[in-house]
Design a protein. Sequence first.
Length: 92
Amino acid sequence: MRPTERPMRSKTVSRAFSIRTGIGIGIGIGMLPVAAHAYVGPGAGLTAIGTLVALFAALILAIVGFVWYPVKRLLRAKKASSKIPEGHETEK
């Protein structure tokens, strides 16, 4: 074998892999439901919608709490430090 050539894979390994893959895909497709004959009542539907709205609101408030308020405090501190006249000593 030349150094530039790659060794060929055995046909039995690739054939076994393709058979296992085909069986796995077949089992996966066979487990999918044909039709879901289910009824979600108005109470459960409104509860699910309310839960999703609350989840999105919590995510937005978390972003605001972790990002906006520290930035706001930083800007407020920067603005307050720029208002102090030069040569004026601050209390320690």
